[in-house]
Design a binder for this molecule. Sequence first.
Ligand code: KMH
Ligand code: ZN
Length: 275
Amino acid sequence: MDKLIITAAICGAEVLKEHNPAVPYKIEEYVREAKLAYEAGASIIHLHVRWDDGTPTQDRDRFKVIIDAIKAEVPDVIIQPSTGGAVGMTDDERLQPLELRPEMATLDCGTLNFGPEDIFVNTEKTIIYFAERMNEIGTMPEIEVFDKSMIDTALRLYKKGIIKGHMHFDFVHGVQGGIGGSLRDFTFMRHSIPDHATYTVAGIGRFEFPLAMAAIIDGGHVRVGMEDNVFISKGVLAKSNGELVEKVVRMAKELGRPIANPHEAREILKLKPIK
Ligand code: KMH
Ligand code: ZN
């Protein structure tokens, strides 16, 4: 079994300080949360950014300032910008962080209801547009799937040579509108990807830690963080993203699964340096 790669999704686009005061908005808060997550054992930071007032943005320059500030403190961490952004953003708005030529970024592989009122739109045309832009740069897509149909879409685009290279999936379980978070749902997703692929699992809310446990046992990888869940245990807010990562590290230790550092994560994911 490979060492365990932990991704910290430190802020997302939807969760607010009203949900947990540790959600970062300001540059120094991003640095604090990324550093605590890294020091606890995360090798990847899945990054959305906000303006100081908490408004989500895909602004290229805001990403640059925040990435540079994080890298100044933790130079070897893998930064994975979101190209999902927030619901309602245009494709070109969402693509801006790719101008910074990141080694990795998310590639959302389908459209779904996102909560009671919103739709997160990813037409096939959008997915192809994003994948081709990533191919031009050499950015590795993390294939983000909220349902089994999205795995099928990704596999179809892989066969056509549009999604290239090592396939690494992120199964997001428990979004209202996407696949649920039961062990049966996870097993279905996990057995729907090819043997050569790797995956990480992101359980939303109460699904975060049970699915982390399942992935640790199964040889998969784990994403935790305030984007997905703000509680360390039932009704108790996490003090930081670092505390959420620490819990996964403890679970992995109990189960005998060592944690990958960023260098080892790059090897497992076959990440290539950007020219
Ligand atoms: N904020 C969601 C609408 C991603 O990061 O690529 C989309 C999202 C996916 O979080
Ligand atoms: Zn995200």
